[in-house]
Design a protein around this ligand. Sequence first.
Ligand SMILES: Cc1cc2nc3c(=O)[nH]c(=O)nc-3n(C[C@H](O)[C@H](O)[C@H](O)COP(=O)(O)O)c2cc1C
Length: 184
Amino acid sequence: MSTTHTVAIVVGSLRKDSLNRKLANALIRIAPPSLSMSIVEIADLPHFNQDWEDNPPQNVLAFREKIKAADAVLLLTPEYNRSVPGVLKNAVDIASRPYGQGVWIGKPGAVVSVSPGPLAGFGANHHLRQVMTAVGIKTMAQPEAYIGNAGDQFDDKGELTNASTIQFMGKFLNAFVQWIERNK
Ligand SMILES: Cc1cc2nc3c(=O)[nH]c(=O)nc-3n(C[C@H](O)[C@H](O)[C@H](O)COP(=O)(O)O)c2cc1C
């Protein structure tokens, strides 16, 4: 019997028509049966404040618990000014504390950058890899996923229609399963 791995997806955009969210939803649909993936929302998280350490807000605790409960994490990032959007960095910081007890520690993880531009969020992808390493995520090195020209890859209903991206992301998810199984 094959094992099912739960994956917490964090989408680094709050925009309702977010291309990153559309891709996240497509990944949930095309995921192999061994992955049970769902989006953990970050829209209601407050700005991180180190003064909380002894008594964090309820939504902060709930977010940390959801990440803690997952076997693996998948972060999808837009690129803002060649880096990671503040909302996503904030979410990563929130779940990295208290010091030494961050819930990212030891989780197998992967990153996908999605941009309407041709550079595919390369800068954000690599800044995020640096942060993921710092918080203890075992980040999959290969294959890398840079989804550029993303505005042309979805239909009016938000479905991913680009055949080569569907095929590539299928391979990416299969590699992620193997990465999770080696690092869980
Ligand atoms: C503040 C800001 C900065 C941006 N900087 C970049 C950038 O450096 N590189 C890039 O490819 N796109 C950049 N963009 C465009 C985003 O890639 C685009 O808005 C994208 O659709 C955001 O992702 P989403 O669709 O998931 O919300 C920027 C957008 C904003 C709002």
